[in-house]
Design a protein around this ligand. Structure first.
Ligand code: MN
Length: 207
């Protein structure tokens, strides 16, 4: 698929369209601590070849067009491990993303024959695509991002629509569509629990 990658500042353009009703979404941050490390970029793909890289400079979190997409009940947001992204966007953009789908959760419910649920492992096995992960740890807050950084950022969202198709079929095969859906719906609560201070604890655990 030929990708049309557009770099935008602090918001999605108003003319971004999602003809199939699904948006693949991923975020890049300065690090792993949501309170310390700001949101640097939100990548969005429509599954039709368009990718928007919304770069945040930290001065303006209003992002009306992006927030409209994240909260649009008619558009499903597809993530790979969405928990961290949804936490970060709730903290910085003050919106709860919904409804959503998570390819990592779908993978855990279907690919029980492996422990490898990373995005690259899914792309290799289900799509025959190898991702270049060489710029994983990089400064996403830099004023100027390199071509390699932009391509890497886009790669994290361009395969999610295709992965969802494969994983939906696998969820049906193992009769876990309902279970997965319940987990996607619960993510909003999981994010609220994380932000309330129980990120590192399993609230359901005995001890
Ligand atoms: Mn990413």
């Amino acid at each position: 698929m030929a990708e049309n990658i557009k770099l935008c500042m602090n918001d999605l353009p108003a003319d971004a369209t999602f003809p199939n009703g699904m948006a693949a979404v991923d975020c890049e941050m300065m690090g792993l601590n949501v309170y310390r490390d700001r949101l640097c970029m939100t990548q969005v793909a429509n599954g039709e070849g368009d990718v928007w890289l919304v770069k945040f400079d930290g001065s303006d979190w209003s992002a009306p067009n992006l927030k409209k997409l994240l909260t649009d009940k008619r558009i499903l947001k597809i993530f790979h491990y969405g928990r961290k992204d949804v936490v970060t966007m709730k903290h910085y953009l003050d919106v709860m993303t919904a409804p959503l789908y998570d390819t990592k959760i779908a993978s855990r419910f279907t690919r029980t024959y492996t422990e490898k649920h990373g995005l690259n492992a899914l792309c290799v096995e289900l799509l025959g695509v190898q991702l270049d992960k060489s710029v994983t740890s990089t400064n996403w807050g830099a004023d100027e991002l390199s071509e390699a950084q932009l391509q890497y950022a886009a790669d994290d969202v361009v395969h999610l629509h295709a992965l969802k198709v494969k994983l939906d079929a696998m969820l049906k095969q193992v009769d876990r569509v309902h279970l997965a859906q319940q987990c996607f719906d619960f993510l909003e609560t999981r994010v609220e629990i994380d932000l309330a201070g129980w990120e590192d604890q399993d609230i359901f655990a005995h001890h």
